[in-house]
Design a protein around this ligand. Structure first.
Ligand SMILES: [Zn+2]
Length: 183
């Protein structure tokens, strides 16, 4: 494992040289290690188990209506360029026999995002994941993504956002995102 990390750091030094940097200058000495740490953090969903959902029970007669959680901030990498996608994820669900804890829903969304993704496929998968893990009667998901591979390079469009949505079960609510940057 340690050898593997050293080899990876060496390959990042090679990349820096390829890009025209002096990989040996003091300020860059720890950059390969930091880069690896940052990439590990942004892809932790590949290695860590999904966070457990905590539930609160309802008495048998309660039938809560739809719950919306809007503007969950989450980060992914685009699987084509490994550049960040900054996202706002909004979720609506009709709870089943128990209600899930708010913070765990947020953690589950962030865990799901922490990997290389294709946003269209991710949104469908997230809807399935939430429907299963929340034990919800129905779920809808909306993902607004700003893709750094389009924001900073290539087409260079700093105003774009990609919006994808998916639904599971009968629900007529599609949560929106309210963050000005994501309108
Ligand atoms: Zn990309």
């Amino acid at each position: 494992m340690h050898d593997e990390v050293l080899r990876l750091e060496e390959s990042i030094r090679l990349l820096l040289k390829y890009l025209g940097e002096d990989a040996e200058r003091p300020d860059l000495r720890d950059t390969p290690r930091r880069f690896l740490q940052a990439m590990s953090e942004l892809t932790r969903g590949l290695r860590e188990p999904a966070p457990e959902i905590v539930f609160f029970s309802l008495d048998g007669k309660e039938r809560p209506g739809p719950v919306m959680i809007e503007d969950i901030s989450a980060a992914s990498l685009c699987e084509h360029h490994l550049l960040p996608i900054i996202m706002r994820v909004s979720v609506a669900y009709v709870p089943g026999d128990r209600v899930p804890g708010l913070s765990k829903v947020i953690r589950l969304v962030r865990w799901a995002a922490a990997r290389p993704i294709l946003q269209e496929r991710f949104t469908e998968w997230l809807a399935d994941l939430l429907a299963e893990r929340l034990g919800a009667r129905s779920v809808s998901v909306r993902v607004c993504g700003i893709h750094m591979c389009a924001f900073l390079r290539g087409v260079v469009d700093e105003h774009h956002k990609m919006i994808t949505q998916a639904k599971r079960g009968e629900i007529d609510i599609m949560p929106g995102c309210k963050c000005p940057a994501f309108r």
